[in-house]
Write a protein that binds this ligand. Structure first.
Ligand code: SF4
Ligand code: SF4
Length: 288
């Protein structure tokens, strides 16, 4: 067992034994060895928790709505969540958007050297500029393991796409979107997607049909990308869960790049700063 796994279990045990939280959300291995989310309610069960390069889901999606009690008058349940650096920025986003209250969440922050899918390093992780979470209540990772990259360009791989002509880009994305089966796994895995009713499935008013045709798929992906513009933390959970291997990271990180260039804003770096598309300033002028 690695030192990090040992320390994650220690932190989880302490929170559960102290009664600081009722549940610890982390990673565990399923019967076939695959990584899946774990919900640990008893200190005796913390040995289920694991950590490894294949822990590519964003667990913050499970703390959506931790601001209300499920029963009137009862206290809001408190949870601890295992969070990589991208996940920690998602917590900041959700705190700003009042989806969670910081006092209800204990953050077991992990230093992260990048995760992988099917043994391949994930694209977003290769270009990620951070290895230490921006917020945590307990930090897991030794000094030797923390290697903060210097002056990395998170978007270096996007340039190749930008160098294509608009019609080449359109043809590329039409082909990719056409493979989408509209399972919505990408949306469900995303910490930034928490609407009770998604525009893609809303019937009153009715925005788009549920047809599996390219225009509807195109609408879903462009709508979702713009809803995530300035809110995506680049965790790549959407791409990790996509059964059709659609390169969603390229789309999300292109928009993140534009938002950072236009507004100097990177999602979740600071819980006090509003995502640019969530604010309106009459003096604002488009810088072209
Ligand atoms: S759009 Fe994808 S990469 Fe961005 S926050 Fe959501 S799941 Fe993570
Ligand atoms: S997970 Fe993949 S196939 Fe499913 S809706 Fe998202 S992009 Fe389409």
């Amino acid at each position: 067992m690695s030192v990090m796994v040992e320390r994650i279990r220690e932190a989880a045990r302490r929170y559960l034994e102290d009664g600081a939280v009722t549940c610890v959300i982390g990673y565990e291995r399923g019967p076939r060895g695959n990584v899946r989310p774990a919900f640990v309610y008893e200190a005796d069960d913390v040995d289920r928790l694991v950590w490894g390069a294949d822990c590519s889901l964003d667990l913050v999606t499970y703390v959506h709505n931790y601001k209300h009690s499920p029963r009137r008058g009862a206290p809001v349940p408190k949870v601890a969540v295992v969070a990589r650096p991208c996940d920690a920025r998602a917590i900041n986003l959700l705190v700003y958007e009042q989806q969670i209250r910081r006092e209800n969440i204990k953050v077991i922050g992990l230093t992260c050297a990048g995760t992988e899918i099917l043994g391949q390093p994930r694209l977003a992780c290769q270009f990620c500029r951070e290895r230490v979470p921006v917020l945590y209540d307990v930090l897991i990772g030794s000094d030797e393991q923390i290697q903060v990259p210097t002056a990395r360009d998170d978007y270096a791989d996007i340039v190749e796409m930008e160098n294509r002509t608009p019609s080449e880009r359109l043809a590329y994305w039409a082909a990719e979107f056409d493979r989408c089966i509209r399972c919505y796994a990408c949306r469900q895995a995303c910490p930034g997607c928490y609407c009770f009713e998604c525009v893609a499935e809303q019937v009153d008013p009715h925005w788009t049909s549920i047809a599996l045709e390219l225009p509807e798929k195109h609408f879903f992906h462009i709508m979702r990308a713009f809803h995530l513009a300035g809110r995506c933390v680049g965790c790549d959970a959407c791409e990790a869960v996509c059964p059709m291997d659609i390169p969603l990271s390229k789309l999300n990180r292109k928009l993140a790049k534009e938002v950072e260039a236009l507004f100097g804003y990177r999602t979740g770096d600071d819980p006090e700063v509003a995502p640019p598309l969530a604010t309106f300033d009459p003096e604002e002028r488009l810088r072209l």
